[in-house]
Write a protein that binds this ligand. Structure first.
Ligand SMILES: *[C@@H]1O[C@H](CO)[C@@H](O)[C@H](O)[C@H]1NC(C)=O
Ligand SMILES: *[C@@H]1O[C@H](CO)[C@@H](O)[C@H](O)[C@H]1NC(C)=O
Ligand SMILES: *[C@@H]1O[C@H](CO)[C@@H](O)[C@H](O)[C@H]1NC(C)=O
Ligand SMILES: *[C@@H]1O[C@H](CO)[C@@H](O)[C@H](O)[C@H]1NC(C)=O
Ligand SMILES: *[C@@H]1O[C@H](CO)[C@@H](O)[C@H](O)[C@H]1NC(C)=O
Ligand SMILES: *[C@@H]1O[C@H](CO)[C@@H](O)[C@H](O)[C@H]1NC(C)=O
Ligand SMILES: *[C@@H]1O[C@H](CO)[C@@H](O)[C@H](O)[C@H]1NC(C)=O
Length: 668
């Protein structure tokens, strides 16, 4: 009977040392990898026999809301020149933010299809999606592994057949049904391997309380210990309890069960992990991850019940989870996506989603902790067809992310589910095939790139919402604006135009103060309509249509140079689009992948067995960049300089692969 009980923690360090020091390198070249084609922008039809009508590939296109009757075609934006001027204007500047602010929340039950089926089988398109962020943010992407499926009878086991990372015994879309998942130590090794390649930092979800189910006692402390030992500093926190405000609704607890019961159980759980596990870092816990505006069980209620003071010494961050709406169809309450599309297409949404947390964010900051939006997306229960995968949703998420950053959240993670949801930022092909170019990029993935470039690499970008009042711009709800400050000066300005109007009648010119610049550079997030699902570009590059992505950007990187005159830089913001204005040359450089950026991969799977890594097929992160720059266009990175770095990385990778055999053999 496999039980995690017999893991010997003392020998773990020895095993890790063995696996990392093993020097033998095995590299496979040639073989089955497909060379990534250049034309990711052409429409790709579903591969024969793979399209099954699953939500993630749903072709529904909504009707864009009408443009406002009276267009506003230009206005002058007031941009405080420095932080002092921000305060003098009565505005609030955020804490320092990192470029990886907008990350991902991977549902535990799909971690194997998204990230890799075993520690030795990594999904390369996924690595590429992460590398794109690392190359812009200078830090790895943030990922939480967890969700509803972390709870119930989900248990940690030492070993699964074929080195699998998890085994789904029972997972239902119905959150009231208890999932049963066995996940193995190989999940943590997979995560560590991902980190070694693309620098990801992790949040991990533990089952909250298994005393009522058929799981070995003491399982959670063991899982927590292994997670820390294997992931080290790259583990940012362990979440205990997922959406406890819904436990009664979801039949996980019997009413009456409320905040005080939660606080008691949280403490019991924490104590049992600290007592029975061997945590090297005891400032490790996340909570409460309340989500759903349940009266009497909101974040305020939990903080006020003494939870924060009681746990402050062991908290890595305070977490919440929130979706603006839902497609749960509770009690037959069906929401029509078309009816709510307009709700996502103006600044009111971002403001109203974040404002309820502003008081909490002060409390949490005063306690010396970070506030993290551990899970969010357009709508819970899978999102909506045509809405969650639209360009409009990606604009909305970008606005919402900036608003959370302004409100002093420290990170926000977009949920990733299976093929039966509409809102994924990326979805693997439905078949078991590991084909390299058949992933589907969801529109909202691009938001992470825009946010990464808006914050850049300083780790200290402070943001302020400078959306003009309606006195300045009668259509200002459609035209949110933000300024980013680094080193006490404005480094970037972000300008939105949420309006759908391909006649040009609602194209906008925003006059941005030059602040001494003679030219500024602009990158655009664009599509012809807010309803568009796939023909979406960031700085003229795209990840392509459904079943057509390998996680890399294709097309020429375009950065538009704008000449400023009389202290004014006229920035064109077409309807619809987002313009990211770089106020200094340094800001452009700090947002662009470097020549030695983390390599992205043209192959489909990295690892052992039949998988291949063709060193010759490695390319730079930007896909097909032009070398050099032409008018109004900059291009960073170069294949040749990236190659030596990639060889180094492959060497390390090979070393880890070779070491694994010994490790696994000893564990059996
Ligand atoms: C998986 O979990 C079930 C109980 O949920 C248990 O009976 C089974 O032995 C586990 N499998 C492995 C490989 O640990
Ligand atoms: C788990 O929950 C039950 C109620 O369902 C409670 O009685 C028990 O104390 C909890 N155990 C821990 C370790 O939190
Ligand atoms: C703007 O969005 C809010 C909700 O986010 C919605 O209630 C409102 O109707 C929208 N306004 C317009 C003009 O569409
Ligand atoms: C965010 O934190 C900074 C630094 O403490 C503070 O000055 C600012 O007012 C906060 N912003 C909000 C919206 O509370
Ligand atoms: C940003 O933070 C990361 C750690 O998260 C660190 O490795 C990096 O050096 C920092 N960058 C700067 C410019 O401080
Ligand atoms: C955008 O990229 C495409 C290649 O995908 C290229 O043909 C086009 O010229 C680029 N646009 C501009 C404005 O350079
Ligand atoms: C990942 O880690 C495991 C366990 O240490 C190992 O088996 C595997 O080879 C590593 N590397 C890769 C790229 O798969």
């Amino acid at each position: 009977m496999p039980s995690s009980r017999h893991f010997n923690l003392a020998s773990l360090f020895l095993l890790l040392t063995l696996s990392l020091s093993s020097a033998q390198i095995t590299l496979y070249t040639g073989g089955t990898q497909t060379t990534a084609g250049a034309d990711a922008t052409s429409t790709a039809s579903a591969p024969e026999g793979t399209y099954t009508g699953l939500a993630a590939y749903d072709p529904t296109v909504l009707t864009p809301p009408p443009a406002p009757e009276v267009p506003v075609t230009s206005y002058s934006l007031s941009v405080p020149a420095n932080p002092q001027a921000v305060f003098d204007a009565g505005l609030q500047l955020s804490i320092g933010q990192k470029g990886n602010f907008l990350g991902f929340s991977v549902e535990l039950s799909v971690a194997n299809t998204i990230m890799g089926s075993s520690a030795t089988n990594l999904k390369v398109p996924f690595l590429n999606y992460m590398a794109n962020i690392q190359n812009r943010a200078g830090v790895g992407a943030l990922i939480r592994v967890g969700g509803n499926s972390q709870e119930g009878s989900t248990i940690f086991v030492d070993k699964l057949p074929d080195g699998g990372i998890l085994n789904k015994i029972k997972v239902s879309e119905n959150p009231t049904e208890t999932p049963i998942i066995n996940y193995s130590v190989d999940l943590f090794y997979l995560m560590r391997n991902i980190t070694s390649l693309v620098g990801v930092d992790w949040y991990f979800g533990l089952a909250f309380n298994q005393s009522d189910v058929d799981a070995p006692t003491g399982n959670v402390p063991i899982a927590a210990t292994w997670a820390q030992q294997i992931l080290g500093d790259n583990l940012l926190g362990l979440s205990v309890g997922n959406e406890p405000d819904l436990y009664v609704d979801h039949n996980k607890r019997t009413a009456p069960w409320g905040v005080s019961d939660y606080v008691t159980e949280y403490d019991d759980m924490k104590q049992s992990i600290l007592t029975d596990g061997q945590l090297s870092n005891q400032v490790a816990f996340l909570g409460p991850s309340t989500c759903c505006d349940v009266a009497g069980f909101e974040l305020d209620d939990v903080l006020n019940a003494g939870w924060l003071t009681q746990n402050v010494d062991n908290l890595a961050a305070v977490t919440v989870q929130h979706y603006p709406t839902n497609n749960c169809q509770i009690n037959g309450n069906v929401i029509n996506a078309q009816d709510i599309f307009a709700d996502f297409l103006n600044h009111t949404s971002a403001v109203s989603q974040v404002s309820p947390y502003l008081g909490n964010s002060v409390t949490v900051q005063n306690a010396g902790k970070e506030l993290v939006m551990l899970e969010t997306n357009t709508a819970s229960c899978g999102g909506f067809p045509g809405l969650s995968d639209s360009f409009g949703a990606a604009m909305w998420l970008t606005d919402y992310a900036f608003q959370m950053a302004w409100g002093n959240f420290s990170a926000a993670l977009v949920h990733v589910g299976g093929q039966n949801v509409y809102y994924n930022p990326f979805t693997p092909p439905p078949s078991a095939s590991d084909s390299s170019k058949q992933w589907t990029t969801g529109s909202i993935y691009y938001s992470s790139l825009v946010v990464a470039e808006a914050f850049g690499r300083s780790n200290a970008s402070r943001i302020v919402d400078i959306t003009p009042s309606t006195d300045t711009d009668a259509n200002s709800i459609y035209h949110p604006a933000y300024a980013v400050y680094e080193n006490d000066a404005v480094s970037r300005v972000v300008l939105f135009n949420f309006i759908d109007d391909n006649t040009g009648g609602n194209d906008l010119t925003v006059n941005v103060p030059a602040n001494g610049a003679s030219t500024v550079n602009v990158r655009y997030f664009r599509a012809t309509s807010v309803s568009e699902q796939y023909e979406i570009t960031w700085a003229n590059q795209t990840l392509g249509t459904s079943f057509a992505s390998d996680g890399r950007l294709y097309g020429d990187l375009v950065t538009v140079q704008v000449t400023c005159t009389d202290g004014n830089c006229p920035i064109s913001v077409p309807a619809p689009s987002i313009a990211l204005v770089f106020m200094t040359e340094d800001a452009v450089t700090a947002s662009s992948p470097e020549a030695d950026a983390t390599t992205t991969y043209a192959t489909s799977v990295i690892g052992s067995g039949s998988a291949t890594v063709d060193t010759g097929a490695l390319e730079t992160s930007n896909g097909q960049n032009n070398q050099g720059s032409a008018n109004g266009r900059t291009s960073k990175g170069g294949a040749s300089s990236a190659m030596s770095r990639s060889n180094t990385r492959m060497g390390f990778l090979g070393g880890v692969v070779a070491g694994a055999g010994a490790l696994l053999a000893l564990l059996i």
